[in-house]
Design a protein around this ligand. Structure first.
Ligand SMILES: [Zn+2]
Ligand SMILES: [Zn+2]
Length: 139
């Protein structure tokens, strides 16, 4: 069973980790109200934005328009997945397959065109997209 986030009606504090049967915020004596937001959803929302107003808006949305809310949640999850994927991609710096140096440069389309026109002998550079600055290897 998932824990549902509760907030104090009086001071607005989040009491997600409070005992499920607790209805009173011990800090101020205010009444705790169910937001309907599960801790799992809260995790997604807080990764998208740490703004309290944003969380409030999501709580309101879930109350008023569950379809729109679910749509937004699935968008957020996709967004987070993509962020994770692009981060993993940027972590793998391209390296020279010959000497494993990361000191490489992409051969631009223009560079390739020029090398074909001006340096016919180096035409094997066609279809290669990287050049190693350390050893000169292209691939
Ligand atoms: Zn309170
Ligand atoms: Zn190299």
């Amino acid at each position: 069973m998932q824990t549902v986030l509760k907030i104090c009606k009086k001071c607005g504090v989040r009491a997600g980790s409070c005992s499920p049967e607790g209805k009173i915020h011990k800090g101020c004596g205010g009444e705790l109200i169910d937001t309907g937001i599960t801790t799992d959803e809260l995790m997604v929302i807080s990764k998208i934005s740490n703004d309290d107003a944003f969380l409030d808006a999501m709580i309101n949305l879930k109350e008023k328009d569950i379809i729109e809310y679910n749509l937004k949640m699935s968008q957020f999850r996709t967004q987070l997945e993509q962020q994770k994927a692009s981060k993993a991609q940027s972590d793998t710096t391209p390296k020279c397959p010959h000497c494993h140096s990361s000191n490489i440069r992409p051969i631009s389309g223009l560079g390739r065109g020029a090398s074909v026109a001006m340096w016919g002998a180096f035409s094997k550079k066609i279809n290669k997209s990287f050049e190693c600055k350390s050893c000169g290897y292209t691939w």
